[in-house]
Design a protein around this ligand. Sequence first.
Ligand code: FES
Length: 105
Amino acid sequence: PKITFIGHDGAEHVVEAEAGISVMKAAVNNMVPGIDADCGGACACATCHVYVDAAWTTRAGAADDMEQAMLEFVSEPEENSRLSCQIIMSEALDDLVVRLPIRQG
Ligand code: FES
């Protein structure tokens, strides 16, 4: 499945992700700038923050309690904020669009 990352500068990076890996991992594997992912996907750093495009928020699902707690630490949380290490790619998320915050942490 494909993911489009849109940087805060408007630059788009389209990557092909394997089903079963996280959106964070797909970004890191493809050197998409703007995802720091300091903890490597353990839901413990909040530096993989993204904003899920409005068309995708339902399908991407809601943050669980642990993720919700970590989202308290992002600099500009919004309704559609998620930690990208907690969104697992599947065919149902083909063409997912996420936006990157101005800075992580
Ligand atoms: Fe650390 Fe997602 S990579 S919380």
